[in-house]
Ligand binder design. Structure first.
Ligand SMILES: Nc1nc2c(ncn2[C@@H]2O[C@H](COP(=O)(O)OP(=O)(O)OP(=O)(O)O)[C@@H](O)[C@H]2O)c(=O)[nH]1
Ligand SMILES: [Mg+2]
Length: 615
């Protein structure tokens, strides 16, 4: 389990993930769950264990929640050199199925016991405190030396109940024809293969499924034939059938996107049974727009802006979506950047990984806009923004959900704005608590409980606007705590927000990609910072250029970039001063015309650098 640290480490992390994906073997941070089936003989009996490895990083906790529905219990692995991290608390809450009836067995386990840096006894104390368990229940393992692993497998067999069918069986088997097998399998993940279409990863709860069976998705209603069934050992290994209690895959041959979805239930076409409850669709937390870098030619024929690059990007996004069900996107068009896509991500690491995959795997040159979040805006009148909003039923009257800063309504049309808050857990060594309190204060944090957490560490519960969390909070926390603080968060309630749209204006024109939502309290500071940054990045033009920050209906920050001086009089030695002046006058006029007619050409690099770390 790892946490976001500073920017360099973040980049390293992203690269680790991508490298391991390229190698097709997991060596870096896990971002996708990985099912594995293994056999184990214990006291002369053969057991089949269906295991799923899950990611530890907060952005991918959705994977954990999905995997949990497919299993009977879980192993909570705690790094013996790190102890309990903030993320452990979130994962644990999920594994316990908080608020649900069927809480499942959890086996606490301390790993890396071979390492001289392990603090086994202290970590044990933390675990006892957290789980309110007996110290003897905690297992010790090393993935490196293999110590304790056999014991762990045996404890899984002893402590985790064996899978049971969930659907009531027919009164007598004789009543059943070969076709009405009570199959119910939960789709907890899927992937896409060019040749074989969608391959769904399933946990079979009831009945069994064999190759050639005629099946149907209970929710989407799509019928298909099982072209192949098999298990993960850990590679996909074809078999004759999958039966109740097993985890495996079904090759569907379906090539249309949007049909297979996680949480759907696979059942027999001839004997369809009710669907499982399914999963909540994860809400994107971070939004950013992605455009092909080759901006459309200025006067490109209408409707063809972006050309082939756009089509390629569209294809690439479709493919990514087929291996990442939590990723979402839709088409949008922006004046200066042409046609692109508004994409929703589960967090910043998710965003970085998707955009990097687009570049590396699909060889696309992209412009990615500054990430932003969703606001719910209650309008004064019914005048809807021109785009970039969603209207959901059953929400506040006259309200729209804005997920594109450029479309955030003008202040005059806003009654109230609501924004998402996050519930934050921080675990830190006690000596950093003072400094952390200061940055919490700077980020509008509402400090709740603080609790001593054994071994001179402290847990702090905080509520904070998501907007503030995104304002470099992770990096700041990591640096004030010398890297020892860890954070985990979940999205909480919507609260009223005091925010406004800040536009950047270049030569009198708003550049939509640079618009952002900022706290009204910080609007001046933010405007000044953005204008200065843009001024430092923009190449000098032939003419004088104004860069302005505009918010609350007025210009609040402004810089002028002087034009490049090309001395038109240079070739004239001495001579008549009035002739020189005449020439300069002429040049001035020419520049004015350029300014009026010519649009400022913003190099793509400037977009990228403006986006990179807002601070
Ligand atoms: N000394 C020692 N190092 C280990 C052990 N297990 C894992 N490591 C190292 O710890 C690092 C992280 O291991 P992973 O298995 O990727 O950890 P993880 O919990 O799966 O991480 P996420 O997938 O990001 O949640 C790697 O560099 C491993 O080589 C162990 O038992 N002992
Ligand atoms: Mg892992």
């Amino acid at each position: 389990m790892l946490e976001i640290t500073n920017t360099i480490e973040k980049r390293k992390m992203r690269d680790q993930v991508l490298d391991s994906m390229e190698l097709e073997r997991e060596r870096g941070i896990t971002i996708k769950m990985q099912p594995v089936r293994m056999e184990y003989v214990f006291h002369g009996e053969k057991y089949i264990l269906n295991l799923i490895d899950t990611p530890g990083h907060i952005d991918f906790s959705y994977e954990v929640s999905r995997a949990l529905k497919a299993v009977e219990g879980s192993i909570l692995l705690i790094d013996g050199t790190q102890g309990i991290q903030a993320q452990t608390l979130t994962t644990l809450a999920m594994a316990r199925g908080e608020g649900k009836k069927d809480s499942k067995q959890i086996i606490p386990c301390i790993s890396k016991i071979d390492s001289p840096l392990s603090r086994i006894n202290e970590v044990k104390e933390e675990v006892v405190k957290l789980l309110e368990c007996n110290p003897d229940e905690i297992l010790l393992v090393s993935g490196r030396t293999g110590e304790g692993v056999e014991n762990l497998l045996q404890e899984v067999i002893k402590r985790i109940p064996e899978p049971k069918a969930t659907y009531p069986l027919r009164r007598s088997d004789s009543e059943a024809s070969p076709n009405d097998n009570n199959l119910r399998a939960l789709v907890f993940d899927f992937k896409y293969s060019n040749h074989r279409g969608v391959i769904v990863f399933v946990r079979v709860f009831d009945g069994k499924v064999a190759r050639g069976d005629s099946l149907i998705f209970a929710v989407s209603g799509e019928k298909f034939t099982a072209l192949e069934v098999g298990t993960f050992s850990p590679e996909e290994t074809p078999g004759d059938f999958l039966s109740s209690g097993e985890t495996g895959y079904i090759v569907t041959g379906i090539k249309k996107p949007g049909i297979a979805s996680v949480g759907d239930t696979v059942t027999m076409f001839k004997n369809p049974l009710p669907a499982f409850e399914g999963y909540m669709q994860p809400m994107p937390v971070v939004w950013a727009s992605v455009f092909p870098e080759k901006a459309p030619a200025r006067h490109a024929s209408q409707g063809d802006a972006g050309g082939d690059d756009f089509a390629e990007l569209k294809l690439a996004l479709g493919k990514l979506k087929l291996s990442d069900s939590a990723f979402s996107y839709e088409e949008e068009s922006s004046g200066s950047l042409g046609r692109g896509f508004r994409c929703g991500f589960l967090g910043m690491l998710h965003l970085e990984i998707i955009t990097e995959r687009l570049k590396r795997e699909f060889n696309l040159q992209l412009v990615v806009t500054t990430p932003s979040i969703t606001y719910e805006v209650v309008l004064k009148n019914g005048n809807l923004p021109a785009g970039g909003v969603k209207i959901y039923p059953h929400t506040i009257k006259n309200s729209v959900w804005v997920y594109s800063p450029y479309f955030f309504p003008d202040d005059g049309n806003i009654q109230t704005v609501f924004e998402p808050w996050v519930k934050l857990k921080i675990i830190t060594p006690v000596q950093y608590v003072g400094n952390i309190m200061q940055i919490l204060f700077d980020h509008e944090g509402e400090i709740g409980q603080t609790e001593n957490f054994g071994d001179n560490r402290e847990t702090i519960s905080v509520k904070m606007p998501l907007r503030e969390l995104m304002r470099n909070f992770f990096d700041e926390l990591k640096s004030t705590s010398s890297g020892y603080g860890s954070i985990s968060y979940e999205i909480g309630e919507m609260r009223e927000a005091n925010v406004t749209r800040l536009d950047l204006v270049i030569a009198g024109e708003i550049v939509p990609a640079f618009s952002r939502i900022v706290s009204k309290k910080r609007v001046e500071e933010e405007a000044e910072k953005a204008v200065l940054k843009l001024a430092s990045l923009l190449p000098r033009q032939m003419f004088t250029l104004k860069i302005q920050g505009k918010a609350l209906g007025r210009i609040i920050s402004s810089r002028t970039l002087s034009g490049m001086k090309k001395d038109v009089t240079q070739h004239m030695y001495g001579g008549d001063i009035t002739r020189k002046m005449k020439l300069r006058e002429k040049q001035k006029k020419g520049k004015k015309r350029m300014k009026e007619m010519g649009r400022v050409n913003i190099p793509q690099d400037v977009f990228l650098r403006m986006m990179r770390s807002q601070d």
